[in-house]
Ligand binder design. Structure first.
Ligand code: TXA
Ligand code: MG
Length: 326
């Protein structure tokens, strides 16, 4: 399913970045909208194209430790265990930033969110460009992250910058954002790496931060309640719900987890036939997009088991529905 991207195409993309342009880059989580992290006007262009408020900081992507030290002020001992265990991969660390990194990238915060992607095309681009790339998900602000080139084009249409199409993303869900805190870690956004994996790898306590409501300066704006949302209203259904006794119409759509619902009158999509959370994560955004475009009036989504990747999936479903987490 992955698509080949020629080296010539990667070189053109690197040249576009050097000229201050934007590039859509595949990663193992979702597609990113990349710019030279040290080029202020290119970074401002990311915010403009996404319609993203200036207070919502970007994630910086690095190829290796040499690129990492260009954006952070040293690597705290606490972070090293996580780096050894999960980089390159879908884990983002919040670390003290270096003064030279433009304040636009971090929305003026003293910290920077940084990760080392594993996707081979992202790595080829980072190598060809030769420096850190600031890249949020390649979607308009508040909307669903894109997990394919088609989804990116849906977001930006004719304004889509040079796009490296490597096929669908493997995880389909954004990286986990982690901040070292005291003797343990705080998860600011649950994602492709689970809290259980972090605990097992580090032996440290992991605390999942509560959704940050709509405060004007949230700790991590990805925690804004209404985020990752389709255009159609989303309503959650508890595990074990039944079609009988509820009123649904033909224009209601259903996103279900591990079993079908033949009695449901409208369009139905299954996150995973075999109730696999990994497969569900990979399908989540693609199927939400499909149902959003299906002509349905409302989308009903069944919550999934609240463990491992299920926590990240439920987090996104709750945000899509505009419901804060407990
Ligand atoms: O998987 C991913 O992380 C994808 C791919 C492209 O790497 N990127 C992504 O970026 O999801 P974005 O911009 O959609 O989400 C970045 C989030 C922000 O909304 C914010 O919550 C958090 O990262 N963030 C960035 N800098 C931060 C900082 N200094 N402190 C706390 N949170 C920060
Ligand atoms: Mg995003």
């Amino acid at each position: 399913m992955t698509k080949r991207v020629t080296q010539e195409r990667v070189r053109s993309a690197a040249a576009a970045l050097r000229a201050g342009g934007l590039v859509v880059m595949p990663t193992e989580t979702v597609y990113g909208l990349a710019a030279d992290a040290f080029n202020r006007s290119a970074v401002r262009e990311i915010f403009r194209l996404k319609g993203r408020p200036a207070f919502d900081p970007l994630i910086v992507h690095v190829l290796d430790m040499a690129q990492l030290v260009r954006v952070v002020r040293g690597v705290p001992a606490a972070a090293r265990g996580l780096i050894d265990a999960f980089w390159p991969g879908p884990l983002t660390l919040v670390l003290p930033k270096r003064g030279a990194l433009p304040a636009e990238v971090t929305s003026g915060l003293p910290t920077v969110a940084v990760r080392m992607p594993r996707h081979p095309v992202a790595r080829r681009l980072l190598r060809a460009f030769g420096g850190p790339l600031a890249a949020p998900s390649a979607n308009r602000f508040g909307r669903i992250s894109p997990t394919s080139a088609a989804a990116v084009r849906q977001e930006f249409g004719g304004k889509t910058p040079l796009l490296l199409d490597a096929g669908p993303c493997r995880h389909g869900l954004e990286s986990t954002i982690v901040r070292p805190r005291g003797a343990g870690f705080e998860i600011l956004r649950p994602g492709a790496i689970t809290a259980e994996q972090i605990e097992a790898a580090t032996g440290c306590r992991v605390r999942l931060l509560r959704a940050g409501h709509a405060s004007p300066h949230p700790e991590a704006p990805g925690l804004l309640e209404q985020h990752y949302a389709p255009a159609r209203p989303v309503q959650l259904l508890p595990m074990g719900w039944r079609v009988e006794g509820r009123r649904f119409g033909k224009r209601d759509a259903l996103l279900a987890f591990g079993r079908g619902f033949p009695a449901f009158p409208g369009p139905v999509r299954l996150l995973s036939q075999r109730a696999s959370l990994r497969e569900a994560a990979r399908n989540l955004y693609r199927l939400l997009r499909e149902l959003d475009a299906s002509g349905a009036r409302r989308i009903f989504a069944e919550v999934v088991p609240d463990r491992g990747l299920g926590r990240a999936i439920n987090d996104r479903l709750r945000r899509a529905a505009g419901v804060a987490r407990e």
